[in-house]
Design a protein around this ligand. Structure first.
Ligand SMILES: NC(=O)c1ccc[n+]([C@@H]2O[C@H](COP(=O)([O-])OP(=O)(O)OC[C@H]3O[C@@H](n4cnc5c(N)ncnc54)[C@H](O)[C@@H]3O)[C@@H](O)[C@H]2O)c1
Length: 447
């Protein structure tokens, strides 16, 4: 069901390219001749727009050094020229820098454009990038509203270019194990699930310090953050959302604070604010953000209690899927620990998934999977940490995208349709909160 009509259509690919049962990644943007691993390949010429945290790290420095046999950086672009030059130094590349996107595309003619800008600007670069003839790798969320989504779908049809959405969560060890159990059929047909994501007072609060705190930039946490979770559900269930009803409240941050300032460094409540955070202790953040403030006035350590904050920190969503599965989902952003709890209810039993990202108690495991059969036994599988960003998920995602013939038995590679479906749940969610009604996915875009 997922990605049925996308250029990365798994079924189409399987039909055309395979006669055996073992699936192979549909993602690679690199043509190859031999088996999985290191091959002689023509390196892909990569340009990157958005040289902030994610652009400099995951898609800059890490990519061009650790995947150097597969890619070369040909251009870097960001409207903030101080951040751009600081990022270039940190990435350690000779690639030319541009503050003008069109100039970069015309000059460098990249095979692939990587989009790591503020969420609400992704669509502009995805569309223009395809029109300039490049394939696209975009950070999640692909877009923040339905109009942007529709414009991307239409431009992709017109240009025939490829879009990969970087859903690293699909590669997390706990999430992969859950997918394997679901595919095994051990707990029967899934009828419903409860999915709860907890953001803690460190990471959760950080969304309220940055551009993410404004719905016009991030689409709210329904889109910016929950796109990961809604994508996981679409992928786990091989289903697509049909109808969404949501509530959202701002209970802790923004207007709820007893006092506020502009940003932590200049704040007179430093000593009494539980959310005081000293950005100057992190040299990378100083280079990328505080040195660049004079260019665009963007404060990375802005006050979490600003009155203008208009996203929610407490969210509850009900979703119906095209497989008749029902989901109860919640996202809370000021919890004492970070992680998730998911329970799948099946006709033959239940699968409980627990993942810990940060907690004030000692926990050596990354997560736990419990399979309990109706009238039967309960079995626990411990999941341990792997090396690499997001618990080892980030490097696996890059292997899937850039290495060749990477097996994809779990269907982890995600293209346009998956990108669209993951954000439509969140977009329907914020419309539902604002309009106090349930929203059908079919109201939003037309494939
Ligand atoms: N998959 C993940 O786990 C993950 C993790 C972190 C971030 N992300 C995604 O990466 C993207 C970047 O996040 P970040 O944390 O690096 O943010 P950031 O604020 O550090 O970087 C954003 C960059 O975009 C630039 N920018 C702002 N407005 C722009 C415009 N109109 N046109 C072009 N560039 C513009 C800024 O100057 C900045 O350099 C976001 O979409 C975010 O959702 C994904």
């Amino acid at each position: 069901m997922t990605d049925k009509k996308n250029t990365f259509s798994r079924r189409k690919f399987l039909g055309a390219a395979m006669s055996t049962a073992a699936a192979v990644s549909v993602a690679p943007l690199i043509k190859q001749s031999s088996a999985y691993g290191k091959q002689a390949v023509k390196k892909k010429r990569i340009a990157l727009i958005g040289t902030g945290n994610r652009g400099e790290g995951m898609w800059g420095r890490n990519l061009i050094h650790d995947w150097k046999d597969y890619v070369e950086m040909v251009g870097l672009c960001d409207p903030n020229k101080v951040r751009l030059e600081e990022a270039k130094k940190r990435i350690r590349t000779d690639a030319p820098t541009f503050t003008d996107f069109d100039k970069m595309m015309k000059t460098t003619k990249p095979d692939i454009l990587i989009v790591t800008t503020v969420d609400s600007t992704h669509y502009k670069y995805i569309i223009k990038g395809m029109e300039y003839g490049s394939d696209i790798i975009t950070e999640k969320p692909m877009a923040t509203d339905e109009k942007q989504c529709q414009a991307i779908i239409d431009a992709q049809k017109k240009t025939g270019k490829k879009i990969i959405v970087t859903f690293n969560y699909r590669y997390g060890a706990v999430h992969e194990k859950a997918k394997e159990v679901l595919l095994s059929g051990d707990i029967g047909r899934i009828t419903s699930l409860d999915f709860h994501w907890y953001l803690d007072v460190r990471h959760g609060a950080d969304y309220f310090r940055r551009w993410h705190a404004f719905i016009e930039k991030s689409g709210s946490l329904f889109v910016h953050k929950a796109t990961h979770h809604f994508d996981l559900v679409n992928w786990w269930l091989d289903a697509e959302p049909v109808e969404v009803f949501a509530f959202g409240e701002l209970q802790k941050y923004g207007k709820n604070g007893a006092f506020r300032g502009k940003n932590c460094r200049l704040c007179r409540y430093k000593d009494k604010c539980e959310f005081y955070w000293d950005i100057t202790k992190n040299q990378r953040y100083v280079d990328l953000y505080t040195k660049a403030e004079k260019e665009d006035g963007y404060f990375r350590d802005a006050c979490v209690f600003r009155n203008a904050i208009n996203i929610w920190d407490t969210m509850a969503v009900t979703v119906k899927y095209n497989s008749d599965v029902l989901m109860s989902y919640s996202l809370n952003a000021f919890m004492p620990y970070e992680g998730c709890k998911v329970g799948f209810n099946g006709t033959k039993g239940r699968l409980d998934v627990r993942m810990w990202e940060r907690q004030p108690w000692k926990e050596s495991r990354l997560g736990e999977i419990r399979i309990t059969k109706n009238f039967g036994k309960s079995q626990v599988i411990d999941i341990h940490h792997a090396t690499g960003g997001h618990g080892g998920a980030d490097p696996k995602l890059k292997d899937m995208i850039f290495k060749l013939n990477v097996p994809d038995p779990l269907n982890q590679a995600a293209g346009l349709r998956a990108g669209v479906m993951s954000i439509l749940t969140g977009i329907a969610g914020y419309h539902s909160v604002e309009e106090k009604r349930s929203v059908k996915i079919s109201e939003l875009v037309n494939f």
